[in-house]
Design a protein around this ligand. Structure first.
Ligand code: NDP
Length: 246
């Protein structure tokens, strides 16, 4: 059993997930890093965090695949003994006209962005329920709140994440487990890597705080919900978006 508190973060090989892993490691947590394709990036991050003195484990797996999620959760519990915080961060965005979305693309978007949250929450819950404590933080998006043109599948999945979060918070409150959602605005990660400079400038201009967000902006919101200060929050949507939607 880990002496330290533990966090398991999905999609932590890069972007917001990697920065969240850094923040929790800096603040004394033992960190489980899940990744899917970016093995080299995940291994480099693990090395970096071990250099800070953190306990780190690597857990490859596709969150849309139930058996893989069960395997990685079991491996994490074998390594660290308990799961205090689950961050369901893994996500996939794709821009396509609604009329062009194939059944396969729809399934993939819902599979990673929504089924992945379902799988990971069910995987972590037996341990949390047994200990009657735990914090679950899901990642939605402002597009899950207001919808984005040419991102119907993504918006639907992220709206589903908000619904899942609110319903699960009600169900798990009496068991001492909080479930909250972070819904970021436009954040500087590879997910937005294809945006032109012109679009980036326009997005910054449309944002009351006049910039795109950083992965650290989002990691701090996740940290708050996991920290003692967040103890009376459950079923909430916290939106680090610079005021883009209010
Ligand atoms: P990135 O594209 O930078 O990183 C995505 C991460 O998710 C990677 O670590 C990737 O792992 C992982 N991932 C993708 N598919 C799977 C899968 N099937 N199983 C496990 N892991 C997977 O995204 P961001 O860091 O920008 O986004 C993180 C979260 O925040 C997502 O849920 C996203 O929807 C949400 N978000 C992001 C916003 C933004 O503007 N960036 C805005 C609003 C919400 P690997 O590379 O190893 O495959």
């Amino acid at each position: 059993m880990s002496e330290r508190e533990t966090v398991f973060i999905t999609g932590a090989s890069r972007g917001i997930g990697a920065e969240t892993a850094r923040l929790f490691a800096e603040r004394g947590y033992a960190v489980g890093i899940n990744y899917c394709r970016s093995r080299d990036r995940a291994e480099a991050l693990a090395e970096e965090l071990r250099g800070l003195g953190a306990q780190v484990g690597l857990y490859p797996g596709d969150v849309s695949d139930r058996a893989q999620v069960d395997g990685m959760m079991q491996a994490f519990l074998r390594d660290f003994g308990r799961i205090d915080v689950l961050v369901c961060n893994a996500g996939l965005a794709r821009q396509e006209l609604f009329t062009d979305i194939t059944a396969q693309s729809w399934r993939e978007m819902l599979g990673v962005n929504l089924d992945g949250v379902f799988h990971c929450c069910q995987g972590a819950l037996p341990d949390m329920l047994h200990r009657k404590q735990g914090r679950i933080i899901t990642l939605s998006s402002m597009w899950g709140q207001v919808g984005a043109s040419c991102e119907v599948a993504y918006s639907a999945a992220k709206a589903g994440v908000i619904g899942l979060t609110k319903a699960l918070a009600k169900e798990l409150g009496p068991s001492g487990i909080t479930v909250n959602c972070v819904a970021p605005g436009v954040i500087e990660t590879e997910m937005n890597g294809q945006l032109s400079q012109e679009t980036r400038d326009a997005l910054a201009e449309e944002t009351p705080l006049e910039r795109m967000g950083t992965p650290r902006d989002v990691a701090e919101a996740i940290w708050f919900l996991a920290s003692p200060a967040g103890r009376f929050f459950t079923g909430q949507v916290l939106a680090p978006n610079g005021g883009f939607i209010i």
